[in-house]
Design a protein around this ligand. Structure first.
Ligand SMILES: CN(C)Cc1n[nH]c2ccc(-c3ccc(F)cc3OCCn3ccnc3)cc12
Length: 389
């Protein structure tokens, strides 16, 4: 029977609690290409597989609506992520994308299930091991057809489509705990628009606090402090690529970026990704900061339909102190109209979270590696050098 907790995950090549010391580091199961199933997994009748072309407006709109109405909510079901179509195209159409890795399930033309993969090369624990794999995201089943065991089939089908390309590992994150996280990170929020956060119920006032007191507490200067801070341009791509690849080597989990990938992931896109570089004299770029736009729909609120949230992406501080660079990120995000600035406690983020008055969120984000045993069972958040949107 498949309704015991984690019954599905115990059938998957993930270390379970008592194997953590016996499995040797590396792949848990060797992949055999000839044994990969050539045809899609069976679906219950009337359900059909489809590849979604996000460049097609109609199909992109169907994905947008499915996620807007059925994707991840906070623990109190007050907010639900509202990824925009432009954001989804950024997140899911990077260089080298495979069209059959954007997977949908339809019932009578209506999209009711979705799961995605993008190709990544992940560096694990030491520079020698780099593994071509997939980054899995956006697993979503329509609220009205849950408990049909569709999620395990979506996972098995995209796993098959990854295996068939001779790739045997995956990286993903989730707010829930299933076997077996490689790291449990926490998220933090920095208020930019105190009044709105109170009105939508994101923040609450204790007896002695007032709205105006909160606004004064979180007030920011009008302009950033760092000399030479400006929006990233195409001409910065080469320098940003070198800075980023060098910076990420200190972590136990990180991607290596080509210039094409830096163009895709970091060149500013309105309402999707903001990247600012610090240009010292003679055009030398010494630091950069970046944050992405992910609003949450406020599920039931008389006054506001959305919470505008900026999420810390990758920040490389080599000459500018990281606290100062991130303080400027808050000012820039506030000026771009965001209500809150979110960050995980990964990479060097612990160094600025308290000083810049971030408050801990009410949940965690767990990182997972599929079919890979780490040397060290768990990684500390500060050893994680990858951000998944
Ligand atoms: C990563 N990517 C896979 C999306 C995803 N899935 N599951 C999640 C659970 C938490 C976070 C998260 C990550 C960073 C952060 F600062 C706040 C977060 O969630 C707040 C709670 N929330 C949920 C919806 N609206 C608000 C993201 C995710």
């Amino acid at each position: 029977k498949l309704n015991k907790p984690h019954q599905f995950w115990e059938t998957q090549p993930m270390p379970n609690i008592n194997e953590l010391d016996s499995l040797k580091p590396g792949p848990i199961q060797e992949g055999i290409l000839e044994e990969v199933r050539k045809d899609p997994y069976n679906l219950i009748s009337k359900f059909e597989w489809c590849n979604i072309d996000l460049r097609n407006d109609e199909q992109a709109q169907q994905v947008y609506t499915l996620l807007k109405e059925n994707y991840v909510e906070d623990d109190d079901n007050m907010f639900r992520f509202d990824y925009s179509i432009d954001f989804l195209r950024w997140a899911l159409l990077p260089p080298g994308q495979h069209p059959d890795w954007i997977v949908g399930v339809r019932v009578n033309q209506k999209l009711v299930g979705f799961i995605t993969g993008i190709p990544v090369t992940l560096h694990i624990e030491n520079q020698q091991t780099k593994v071509k794999m997939t980054e899995i995201n956006f697993l979503c089943v329509h609220k009205k057809i849950r408990a049909n065991r569709l999620a395990p089939v979506l996972i098995k089908e995209i796993t098959r489509r990854v295996h068939i390309k001779n790739m045997w590992q995956a990286v993903y994150t989730a707010g829930i705990v299933v076997p077996t996280p490689i790291s449990q990170t926490r998220y933090y929020h920095r208020s930019l628009n105190a009044k709105k956060l109170i009105e939508v119920g994101f923040s609450s006032l204790s007896a002695r606090q007032t709205i105006s007191r909160q606004q004064k507490l979180y007030k920011l200067p009008e302009e950033p402090k760092t000399q030479g801070l400006r929006s990233m341009k195409k001409k910065d791509v080469a320098q940003v690529t070198k800075l980023l690849n060098e910076y990420l080597k200190q972590f136990k989990l990180y991607f290596k970026y080509t210039e094409d990938e830096v163009k895709h992931w970091f060149l500013p896109r309105k309402d999707v990704i903001s990247t600012y570089v610090v240009e010292k004299e003679q055009g030398v770029v010494t630091d950069f900061l970046s944050f992405y736009n992910l609003p949450s729909q406020v599920i039931k609120n008389p006054k506001h339909t959305h919470l505008r949230a900026a999420y810390s992406y990758y920040n490389v501080a080599t000459q500018t102190p990281i606290v100062q660079l991130m303080y400027d990120a808050l000012i820039l995000a506030k000026n771009e109209g965001y209500d809150v600035f979110n960050a995980l406690d990964i990479m060097e983020n612990e160094k600025f979270l308290k000083e810049l008055m971030f408050c801990p969120g009410d949940g965690q984000l767990n990182y997972y590696l599929y079919n890979w045993k780490l040397e060290s069972n768990m990684l500390k958040p500060e050893e994680i050098g990858i951000v998944l949107v």
